[in-house]
Every structure is written in C-alpha cells, then in structure tokens.
Write a protein that binds this ligand. Sequence first.
Ligand code: 5RP
Length: 268
Amino acid sequence: TTISTPTMSDPHKPPNPSTLDPIESAKRKAAFRAVEEHFNSSMRFVGIGSGSTIVYGVEAIAAHLKAHPPPQPYQNWFVPTGWNSRKVIEAAGLLPIAFDSLPGDAMLEVCFDGADEVDEELNCIKGGGACLFQEKLVACRSKKFVCIADYRKDQKRLCTKWKTVPIEVAPIAHASVLRELKLIGSPDAALREHALAKTGPIQTDQSFYIIDAPFKQLLTSMDDGVWDVDSLAKRIKSINGVLEVGLFHGMNGYQTQKAGLQGGQKPV
Ligand code: 5RP
C-alpha cells in the first residue's frame, strides 16, 4: 500500500483515505468528527484555518454540503486564514471570501482550525505553519472556535511536546524583539528559517518574520515566576514590533471547543 500525506502531490487536496498512515487517519477522523458536531449547511460565514489537518476539515465540510445542500446556492462563504488556506477552500470547490470583504457587522458562525498543542483549559499553541496572525484575526471574529486536534496534540500544559511559542514580528524589529524575549526568559529564541536550504528567515503572508521562543511548561495559573498562558501572551504581545503571538487563550470569551481528540488511535 502506498502511504500518502497531504504534503505529497497536491498539498491543498486530501489524499485517498485508503492510503493514509495512522497519524493521517487520526487527523482525518478528528476533522470529520469536528465538522459533524459543529457545522451545518445553513451557516453563512465559516473560518478555515491553516495546516495539514484542516485539509481534512475542508474535505468533511465539502462532503457534508454534498449530502445536505444549502437551501439556496452560494449560501456558504469560507474565510481563509492565508494563501494556503484559500487554495484548500478553492480546491474543494467551496467559495472563499476575504476577511476584509466581510460585511461590516458580520460574525462568522464558526472557525475550524488545527493546533500544534492544546492544554487542559483548551488554550492552544498555533503558528507551526506561520499563519498565526490571520488565524487569530479570523478566530476572534467567530462565535465559536473549533480546534481540530488529534491525540498527539493533547497535553496537560502548553510547551510540553511543542517546546516553542511562535511569534510574528516586523522584520525591522526582529533583533530588538529577540533581545526582549531573552530578558523575559527565552534566551534561545530564534528566527525561523527555511528548513531545507538555510536561505534566510521564512516570511509570512504579511511579509513578516516568525520567531520561535522556547519556554518552560506554561501553567494554567500563575505560580512562582513560571509563566502562565494568559500573562505570557500579553507580555509578548506588548513588545514593540510583535504583530501576534501564537498563544490562543480565552478567545475573547467566545466558546472554544476541542474536537476529535479521541478521534484517532495511537499508531503501533
Ligand atoms: C499554522 C497552524 C496550524 O494549525 C498548526 O501548525 C497545526 O498544523 P497541522 O494540522 O499541520 O499539524 O497554526 O500556523
């Protein structure tokens, strides 16, 4: 059997389900469960996150719409969180609408996204794919944020397996942001570079840079000088030159749902 993942051939389209390895199957199972529980055909505006898991989320949404068509055509619009996310929406035959083209007072019914790590209070680390700014923008305009996370992402505290906090910064300020991160306990914070050829810092859809800042496990409440999620997110966001931080916490009081964590089986 050939093993395929969304990163092979066309990364914007889901691979054949019969060829998935156990991790990809877990991601797909989590995505279908999340969509089954939190999507319906009459939703007008729906946010679509970034990463490899959301490809299965979009597959599940397209399947749902095929089985349960909306009452009128063009009822459902999908708000991408970056260039790749838009391609995934288009590849599934769904209709994208840019965040800045949304009608003034329109809220999104729901935003589906992946995560790098999720803690027991449903705080997330995001930004492994460098899309955190638009992801947070869209999530915060959604009535509900549904994070599709397979069993590997589920941790008691953040910075357990995923050791760093992604931070999007203005290129001109990256050195001063690195200096300040050092002062608040992350001396090994570093600019993210292209993985294969070290051809310089990667650039986001905003043409900004990403800094990955290692921190010790984040607590869910303040304890003896160790950072908790909320305080660290606010502290990093306060540094001049920081556009956004990949800690998704509280989500402005909107409901956060962690879906599908039981969706997959551990690979043997
Ligand atoms: C991109 C993200 C992704 O949602 C996160 O990295 C998870 O990706 P994947 O589904 O590929 O594991 O935040 O910035």
